[in-house]
Ligand binder design. Sequence first.
Ligand SMILES: [Zn+2]
Length: 137
Amino acid sequence: MSYMRSVPRVWRERIIKYRLIGGACKDCGKTFYPYRKACPVCGSENVEQKKLPETGVIETFSVVRSPPTEFVSQAPYIVAIVRLDDGTLVPAQITDVEPDEVREGMRVEAVFRKYREQGEKGIIEYGIKFRPVVSNE
Ligand SMILES: [Zn+2]
């Protein structure tokens, strides 16, 4: 049973996701999310963790109406590439907005939301999503 083994992994990932920690490559200068040990652009392992800004704009998006089984209760939902204010591209779900109201270039901010429950004990994993920034503030 893999249940016990999976717990530490969930907690470790949750800490990283909650703080929106990405990676910064010291060789090519690119930043990326989520953090990984090797730069996805140049392959360098000269990478350090970096706190990323939590606001940006929607670069591109699409509406998913026929998702994998485990996400079917959330359909339709919106997946996007968000360009953070420092230029980092982040693949993420867009939340708190109807699919036909989403626009490229829309200002969004990071929120941390439950995205999956697993097992009868209901281990809950949290992940980052983005929602539109209210424009009248
Ligand atoms: Zn690099």
